[in-house]
Design a protein around this ligand. Structure first.
Ligand code: SAH
Length: 547
C-alpha cells in the first residue's frame, strides 16, 4: 500500500477531553505503523494548530500528504473551512501537495461502534423495546442533516431496536427534547440517546444535559445516554481506509444533494456561494486532460469567493457580532488579513484563526491627514502579497463608511475587490430602539444625513433648509458634537420646535441607551446626558410610534 504521510485535520473544541481523545486517536494510528508519518492539527480553538502539524511534516521532509478532515459528514468544515486552511498551508509551503480525503461517515464501522456504545449503556436490557434517538450535530447544510437521518436508518436495519429516530443538538430540527417527545408519543418507554459525535465537546455535553432535563420531567421513561464514538480501533481503521481511498483518487462525495450546487428548497441562495462547488465530474469545466495528481483535491474545495490577492470590503453591521451578513462572515472566516474599524463588530475578531493578521485601522501609521491613504495603502500592500484581505467596517460600507474610496483605491492599484453590504446603523439603530424609519400613513420618506459638518460650514453639502421643510424622517449620524447647531438651524428654517427626536447610543450593544425629547431641546439634553459617539438621532413623527 501507499504509505504517504497522513495529516489528520480536526475542527477544534473548547473541551480538553475532546482534544485528548483526538490526540489519542492520532497516536493509535501512528502506532499502527502502516503509513510513513502521522500528524494531527486543528483549524481553530485547540492546539496544535493545523499550521504546526503541517510544519512538522514538512520539516521531516514530506511534500506529498494525505489530508483527512476528521468530520462525520460533509458540511461547512469539510467542504469549506478545512480546504481553505489547507490552501493557506500550500501557499506557505511551496511544492506541498496533498490528496484530500472524504468525510468519515456514513460507514458500517461507525455503526458498529454506535451499536456497541448503545449496548454498553443498555447494560443487559434488551434491544427489543429500546428506542434510539441518534443525535447529530445539525447543520445549515441540508445534505449533512440528511446524512444523519441515513445513519439512523442504517443503525436500525437488522439490529432489532424498536426504532431509531434522528435528532440534532444545533441548527436543525428535531431538537433533543423534540425527538424524545416524539418517541414518547410513539409509546417508547426505554430510550437510548446516542450522540453521533466523534469526541467530547460543548455540544455532546449539551446532549447529555438536555436528555437529563427531559428525563427528569418524565419519570415514567427510562432515558439513558450512550457514550460518544471516541478514540477506538474502528475509528483508526476507518481513517486508514479513507487514507487509502484518497490516494486512489476515490473521493466519492454525495454531490447530487449538495446545496452549493443544486437548488434545494429553502437553500436556493447557497447555490454557487459563498463557497464554490466542489468536484463534479459532469461539470463542463472538468474536461479530459485535467486530471493531474492534485486536481481533484483542488476542485474538491468549497472555498468562499475571496481569492488570494483580493480585498473584500465587508459591512459588519452596527456592532453586535451577529448582525453581520452570512456572506460577510464567510469571507471574514476566509481572510488572511483583517483590517478592522473601531465601530466594526470587533468581537468577531476573537473567533479568527490564530494566524490571521488583524490590523486596527485606527492605528495604521500615517502622516497628518493621511488616515485614509494609509489604510488604502495597507489594503493594497497585503493584497499584492497574495493575501485574502477583509476590510471590516461598521454598518454598511457605502453609508458614510468611505467604502467606495477604498474600492476605487484598490481598483487604481489593480487589486480586485468584493463588496459585501451591511446592516446600516442609520436604519438599524432606530429599529433596535423600537422606531421604524418609515411607517404607512406617518412617514413616506427618510433622509440619512451626516452631522459631521455643522450647518453653515463652507464644505457642507447638506440643504438644511430643505430638511426643515420636509416632514418625513431625518436620521443623523456623526452628529453628537453638532446636534445643538443642527437643531437650531432646522427650527430657524421652519421645522416645528416640538418635532420628536430620539437619540440611540451604542445600538445593539449591551450598553444601548436611548432617550427622546423635542427638537428645540435636543442640544441641551445631549450636553446634559454627556452623550458620546456612537449615537444616531432620529427625528420626525415616527419617533412617537416607538414600541
Ligand atoms: N457605515 C456606518 C456609519 C459610519 S459613520 C453605518 O452604516 O452604520 C459612524 C456613525 O455611525 C457614528 O457616529 C454613529 O452615528 C453611527 N453608528 C454606528 N454604529 C452605531 C451604533 N451601534 N449605535 C449608534 N450609532 C452608530
Amino acid at each position: 500500500m501507499d504509505r504517504s504521510p497522513l495529516l489528520i485535520v480536526g475542527h477544534g473544541t473548547r473541551s480538553t477531553a475532546g482534544v485528548d481523545q483526538f490526540a489519542a486517536l492520532v497516536d493509535r494510528i501512528r502506532r499502527r505503523g502502516v503509513v510513513d508519518d502521522v500528524e494531527g492539527g486543528f483549524i481553530e480553538l485547540s492546539r496544535p494548530p493545523l499550521t504546526d502539524a503541517v510544519g512538522a511534516l514538512v520539516g521531516r521532509g514530506h511534500r506529498r500528504l494525505v489530508a483527512l478532515p476528521l468530520v462525520l459528514a460533509a458540511a461547512g468544515h469539510g467542504k469549506g473551512d478545512i480546504p481553505a486552511a489547507l490552501a493557506r498551508e500550500k501557499r506557505r509551503h511551496p511544492g506541498l501537495r496533498y490528496a484530500y480525503g472524504r468525510p468519515l461517515g456514513p460507514h458500517p464501522l461507525l455503526h458498529e461502534v454506535l451499536a456497541r456504545r448503545i449496548d454498553t449503556v443498555l447494560d443487559g436490557a434488551e434491544r427489543l423495546g429500546t428506542w434510539v434517538a441518534l443525535i447529530g450535530r445539525g447543520s445549515t447544510d441540508p445534505d449533512a442533516n440528511a446524512e444523519v437521518t441515513k445513519v439512523a436508518r442504517l443503525l436500525w436495519e437488522g439490529r432489532g431496536y424498536a426504532g431509531v429516530e434522528p435528532g440534532f443538538i444545533s441548527l436543525a430540527e428535531p431538537s433533543v427534547p423534540a425527538v424524545l417527545e416524539r418517541l414518547r408519543r410513539l409509546g417508547a418507554r426505554r430510550i437510548v440517546v446516542a450522540p453521533y459525535f466523534l469526541f467530547a465537546g460543548v455540544l455532546p455535553d449539551r446532549i447529555v444535559a438536555q436528555s437529563d432535563a427531559y428525563a427528569a420531567e418524565h419519570p415514567e421513561l427510562d432515558v439513558r445516554v450512550a457514550d460518544l464514538i471516541g478514540d477506538c480501533d474502528e475509528l483508526a481503521d476507518l481513517v486508514l481506509h479513507r487514507h487509502a481511498e484518497a490516494l486512489r483518487g476515490d473521493i466519492r462525495m454525495n454531490c447530487d444533494t449538495c446545496a452549493y450546487r443544486v437548488a434545494l428548497p429553502g437553500f436556493v441562495d447557497k447555490v454557487g456561494r459563498p463557497q464554490t462547488p466542489h468536484h463534479h465530474p459532469d461539470d463542463p469545466a472538468d474536461g479530459p486532460g485535467h486530471h493531474h495528481h492534485d486536481h481533484h483535491h483542488a476542485d474538491h474545495r468549497h472555498e468562499p469567493a475571496l481569492r488570494p490577492g483580493q480585498v473584500a470590503v465587508v459591512g459588519g453591521g452596527p456592532g453586535p457580532d451577529d448582525l453581520i451578513t452570512v456572506r460577510g462572515k464567510a469571507l471574514l472566516d476566509a481572510a488572511d488579513v483583517v483590517v478592522a474599524d473601531r465601530l466594526a463588530p470587533v468581537g468577531l475578531l476573537n473567533g479568527l484563526r490564530p494566524d490571521v493578521l488583524v490590523v486596527d485601522a485606527a492605528k495604521v501609521p500615517r502622516g497628518p491627514g493621511m488616515a485614509q491613504e494609509a489604510i488604502n495603502e495597507t489594503l493594497v500592500r497585503h493584497a499584492r502579497a497574495g493575501r485574502r484581505v477583509v476590510r471590516l467596517k461598521g454598518g454598511d460600507p457605502y453609508v458614510f463608511g468611505r467604502g467606495h474610496e477604498e474600492v476605487l483605491a484598490c481598483a487604481a492599484a489593480g487589486v480586485q475587490t468584493v463588496l459585501v453590504p451591511g446592516v446600516s446603523s442609520a436604519v438599524a439603530a432606530p429599529a433596535l430602539a423600537g422606531v421604524p424609519v418609515t411607517h404607512r400613513g406617518v412617514a413616506h420618506d427618510v433622509t440619512v444625513v451626516s452631522g459631521h459638518l455643522p450647518p453653515g460650514h463652507p464644505e457642507s453639502l447638506v440643504d438644511w433648509a430643505a430638511l426643515a421643510r420636509a416632514r418625513g424622517t431625518v436620521v443623523l449620524l456623526m452628529a453628537v458634537e453638532t446636534i445643538g447647531k443642527i437643531a437650531t438651524a432646522l427650527v430657524a428654517h421652519g421645522r416645528a420646535p416640538d418635532t420628536p427626536v430620539l437619540a440611540v447610543y451604542e445600538a445593539g450593544h449591551p450598553g444601548q441607551r436611548e432617550w427622546s425629547t423635542r427638537l428645540d431641546e435636543v442640544g441641551a439634553r445631549a450636553a446634559r446626558e454627556g452623550l458620546r459617539p456612537p449615537a444616531v438621532f432620529v427625528l420626525g413623527p415616527v419617533v412617537d410610534l416607538r414600541s
